[in-house]
Design a binder for this molecule. Structure first.
Ligand SMILES: C[S@@+](CC[C@H](N)C(=O)[O-])C[C@H]1O[C@@H](n2cnc3c(N)ncnc32)[C@H](O)[C@@H]1O
Length: 277
């Protein structure tokens, strides 16, 4: 069995975030065989290696300052909705390979990850709705980048209940969804300057009442969801816009809300850092 994954943790866990990002980019550009393969990065919209890795590190830089007590050889990591392993890769510095799990509803992505990563890493296909096979009280960090941005309020609640079950006390969850920063960017940018998927999103926002209606709902502590992607069941995957008020009012009941970063320049989506009490 390959030991490549274990080596990455041993070699890089003492490095700074900047050194780690540089090492990742060099490994990707040179197809370094001691790193997982990056060939599927473009599958989820990353234009090239450098921008794909930079985007992933934007989340990592928001998450990492909150994780000093949640990383290391005794701790376990889950990337929920791991796709082709983009965010997962940034955490290889923090956990030995055997303590890292990527989970996704799309079997094809799980197959890619199994091909691209050394065999000690764990990748698992999960159902659209809980429950998973992940043991209770076993996980210390969960990331979910651009996954809750596609869930209805009920879907999000069910998954957060599942996270509550599988997390240890003190575990940290970093998830993203569409917030005010994303709404401002998509609604206020001239369509000629938007990529095609965001032109559709702008049209959807206008059809659903426009930016002012979204902001009114945020202030009422609501979130908005509209079904969008028939690749999954129609209501299984759409676009979710969530205000910080909703995060604190609803998600804050079961978790401590540690930080909310809703700034498009820092990250395209709103990042929410939650902690299990
Ligand atoms: C926009 S992609 C983001 C992928 C990855 N997190 C990244 O940032 O590169 C959304 C991912 O969520 C997965 N997904 C959608 N619904 C899911 C669900 N109910 N449970 C787990 N994964 C889901 C999709 O298959 C897809 O891989």
């Amino acid at each position: 069995m390959s030991k490549l994954g274990t080596k990455i943790f041993d070699e890089h866990h003492g490095s700074t975030i900047e050194e780690w990002q540089g090492a990742m980019l060099r490994a990707a550009e040179s197809s370094d065989p001691s790193f997982p393969n990056f060939r599927h990065l473009a599958r989820l919209g990353s234009l090239n290696l450098a921008t794909g890795i930079e985007e992933a590190f934007k989340l990592y830089k928001i998450a990492r300052p909150h994780l000093d007590n949640c990383v290391g050889p005794q701790k376990n990591y889950l990337d929920f909705g791991c796709g082709v392993g983009r965010i997962f890769k940034t955490f290889m510095r923090d956990f030995p390979a055997q303590n890292m799990t990527g989970a996704d509803v799309t079997e094809e992505f799980i197959d890619f990850c199994k091909e691209d990563f050394a065999s000690e890493f764990n990748f698992t296909h999960i159902p659209m709705r809980p429950k998973t096979q992940i043991p209770s009280n076993s996980v210390d960090v969960i990331t979910a980048y651009s996954v809750f941005s596609h869930f209805s309020a009920i879907q999000a609640t069910r998954w957060l209940d599942e996270f509550d079950r599988i997390c240890r006390s003190g575990a940290t969850i970093i998830l993203t969804t569409y917030g005010r920063g994303h709404l401002d960017y998509v609604a206020d940018t001239d369509p000629s300057e938007l990529p095609p998927n965001k032109i559709t999103q702008q049209k959807d926002i206008n059809d659903a009442g426009g930016k002012s209606e979204f902001l009114r709902m945020f202030e009422l502590g609501e979130m908005l969801f509209y079904a969008r992607n028939p690749a999954f069941g129609f209501y299984d995957y759409g676009h979710a816009y969530v205000g910080e008020e909703f995060v604190r009012r609803i998600w804050g009941k079961n978790f401590e809300v540690v930080e909310v970063v809703d700034d498009y320049d820092k990250l395209e989506q709103m990042a929410v850092v939650l902690r299990k009490r």
